[in-house]
Design a protein around this ligand. Sequence first.
Ligand SMILES: NC(=O)c1ccc[n+]([C@@H]2O[C@H](COP(=O)([O-])OP(=O)(O)OC[C@H]3O[C@@H](n4cnc5c(N)ncnc54)[C@H](O)[C@@H]3O)[C@@H](O)[C@H]2O)c1
Length: 468
Amino acid sequence: MARHDATAAWARVAALASHAAWLWKVRLNEAPPRSCCTWVQILEAIADAAPGPGPPAGGVASVTSARSVVRGPAIICDDDYTAGRVLQAIVPRVLRIGVAKEIKTDEYRVALTPAGARELVLKGHEVLVETTAGDGSSWSDADYERAGAQIVSVDDAWSKAELLLKVKEPITSEYPRLREGLVLFTYLHIAADEPLTRALADSGITAVAYETVETDDRRLPLLAPMSEIAGRLAPQAGAYFLEKPLGGRGLLLGGVPGVAPGRVLILGGGIVGYNAAIIALGLGAQVTILERSIDRMRHLDEILSGRVSLVMSSTLQIESSITEADLVIGAVLIPGARAPKLVTRAMLSEMKPAAVIVDVAIDQGGSFETSRATTHSDPVYVVDGITHYCVANMPGGVPITSTKALTNATLPYVEAIADHGLARAVACDRALARGVNTLDGKITYEAVAEAHDLEFTPLEDVLPLTPA
Ligand SMILES: NC(=O)c1ccc[n+]([C@@H]2O[C@H](COP(=O)([O-])OP(=O)(O)OC[C@H]3O[C@@H](n4cnc5c(N)ncnc54)[C@H](O)[C@@H]3O)[C@@H](O)[C@H]2O)c1
């Protein structure tokens, strides 16, 4: 075998291996032991077959054409490997994807539907679903099994998975399960959670946060479905708590012929605000949106065909509009910042008695001075005669809808990671790259590092961000 041929082959193997993340079908030879499980081991096996630090030379002749399926990088060698030819590298990889059951209070969602499991299984991946993970969203273990997933214990879901899907951030009892070599894909919100940030970094896990997956035009595709749901729930919750026996004004938002409808005031006309508006309109209410962006108001005017009043938001305008409202919905967001306190306690006394506030922005601190986070089991409290509904995880109340909406949005990213490995997937998709918060013990999301005064390492320093 010509020395230069072998050199080229070896260089190709090394290049392929540097892009390989995990499981591949390898048609190689009998040299790599069947138990090998990482690309390092595969390369070591090749090196064993061709001893010496450099490219394989004469030793390669011992490599035969026996087929074996092993876990490692995609390195397919021709039967004629001794000629130094390394053929295609890319074959579908088999990834073991775990789905953990949510154990946080009041969380009934699950990170993958049986339909999503089916798609992944059809692509050749293994899906390990923790037993009863889907119960809260109405899917039984049998539903997942029919889709081709395996039902496993909590220990197996965490320890056997290479990619673990969750909905909420790990809670303290789950910290010991975090480990190097695992990719965790879930909502994290770690800028507000230093203990979790440290636990993730210390474990060496790769943590990809749904909420920081961000497109170049600054959309948040994995947050949007939850905003749609929270927005649509807000008028529903408000209408309910306007009923007299529940402490409300005793007013039907839609009115009836001969009786004027109720008034709904929405602060912020983004995704939550728009979705709140269409449901409030559907209930028959009279709707006003206060917004700060004139472009957004033009867009809303177009899509809502003039059925809502769109007014520039200002303190004076809020003071005036709030006096007429039966239901006020807080839906503002200033990206990367706490929600602005648009409604002060003093303004509450100017509101109609027993009016209702639904502060959807409570997860960012709330847009009412008197807001504090509540739960689905105890959703409201009263301040100065005004009912406050401030549930921080509103979509958790409708897990069937939320789970489907969430997995519709996450599945393409899950498939990209599963099919190509994290390194290639983030190299091909800047939005996904922005989702990586920790990797190899490093904090790769700047705002998180800043929030906790920890060292920031740009992702490109740890992973190549240029597609191969
Ligand atoms: N509680 C929950 O369960 C839940 C669920 C989903 C989203 N949220 C929260 O709802 C809030 C809104 O989310 P979104 O997806 O609609 O955000 P978005 O960015 O789509 O919309 C926010 C809108 O607020 C407007 N705005 C900013 N400052 C304003 C001001 N002073 N007056 C009027 N409008 C102003 C912006 O121009 C923007 O149009 C966020 O805080 C989000 O975290 C909460």
